[in-house]
Design a protein around this ligand. Structure first.
Ligand code: TK8
Length: 352
């Protein structure tokens, strides 16, 4: 509740201060953009987009691309203000603000979205996607990707497009993690997601759900001794400063979903809706490309920064999968058997 209030408060203070600095819709650095057309006379509406990651992450660059396209193509009738590093709150608070219509946009991983639309937890199944190509095929081409997005409006949100967080890897401060046996004394922060908690418990770790914004301090102070996130996050959030060991587990592929409040969507013209949808996809393609480059590049940088990087053998990965598969039956009803079947079939077809 407290965090929820902080998010709302932060958002309204921000809009207050922007108005207070006198420029209205055209004032303030937030709206300044080179080469933009002047805003159309009359009704200019603002999308405040917030994320938990910092402004170095490809996700923020994707939001900047979205801003550029939307402001250009709506001729300035919609302006976009981007906020990073949890300035507008954490994932849960921002989604709640979208439902209330006090914030317009955010881009969480599907794992926290599952607290609103349980079907999204299908992507929390460990070791579901063997590679990025299969993920693309299921999320972007198979009808089940859209079917899941279609469940969002009922929760006051519109899913404009899938973006990519990526395959998650494990870091910790205790010792190298190679096999299932090594998870034993790890106190791992997980996202606020029941399936992730159950999977790490099954692996023998002691997982704690926590908002992303609290993670760095929690590692620094030793409240947790491990966490898991894609390489780009580990590097760009400087987790190497508080974590020694990196295991390339690739245990879960996290999609992002670019979410818009349904309120803002409903107040938009069909033309504006079309522009936002297309911009979300185009910016998503750009973001995915940057994430993949980053994930490749930064492993060496993390090594150079002193981390011990451990590859996981296929046999050990299969062993981990066996352990985590055992927790799945208890989640099938919540996710929906139909969704689980459609996604696993799509994965099988794409893997052929
Ligand atoms: C940032 C989160 C983050 C996610 C997590 O707000 O919480 O670990 O992977 O990227 O969405």
């Amino acid at each position: 509740m407290r965090k929820w209030m902080t998010g709302i408060l932060a958002a309204s203070l921000l809009s207050l201060s922007l108005t207070a600095c006198g420029g209205g819709q055209q004032g303030g650095d937030q709206q300044k953009q080179e080469g933009a057309n002047p805003p159309a006379a009359g009704n200019v509406r603002t999308i405040r987009a917030g994320i938990g990651l910092n402004d170095q992450h490809p996700q923020f660059k994707g939001l900047e691309k979205f801003k550029e396209i939307v402001e250009r193509d709506t001729n300035g009738s919609i302006v976009v203000e981007n906020y990073h590093s949890g300035q507008l709150g954490d994932d849960r608070a921002m989604m709640e603000a979208l439902q209330l219509g006090t914030q317009e946009m955010t881009c969480p991983s599907t794992a926290p979205i599952a607290n609103f639309v349980p079907g999204f937890s299908v992507f929390d199944i460990p070791f579901l996607f063997p590679n990025e190509e299969v993920a693309d095929q299921v999320l972007l081409k198979d009808p089940v990707g859209q079917e899941l997005l279609d469940m969002l409006p009922e929760q006051g949100m519109v899913g404009l497009a899938y973006w990519e967080n990526g395959f998650r890897d494990l870091t910790n401060n205790k010792h190298e993690v190679k096999t299932v046996a090594d998870f034993k004394d790890l106190k791992i922060r997980t996202m606020e997601n029941k399936l992730h908690l159950a999977a790490f418990r099954a692996l023998g770790a002691n997982p704690t759900p926590m908002a992303f914004s609290e993670l760095f301090t929690a590692m620094q102070q030793g409240t947790v001794n491990g966490q898991e996130n894609p390489i780009a996050t580990i590097y760009l959030q400087k987790y190497n400063e508080v974590q020694k060991y990196l295991s390339l587990t690739h245990h879960v592929y996290s999609p992002f979903v670019l979410l818009l409040s349904k309120k803002f969507w409903d107040e938009s013209t069909p033309e504006e809706q079309e522009i936002m949808k297309k911009a979300a996809q185009e910016a998503g393609d750009y973001e995915r490309k940057l994430v993949r480059e980053a994930n490749g590049e930064y492993v060496d940088d993390l090594k150079a920064a002193g981390m011990t990087v451990t590859e996981i053998t296929e046999a050990d990965r299969a062993e981990m999968k066996k352990v985590t598969d055992a927790v799945l039956p208890q989640f099938v009803d919540t996710i929906g058997k139909d969704i689980v079947d459609k996604v696993t079939t799509a994965v099988e077809n794409a893997s052929k």
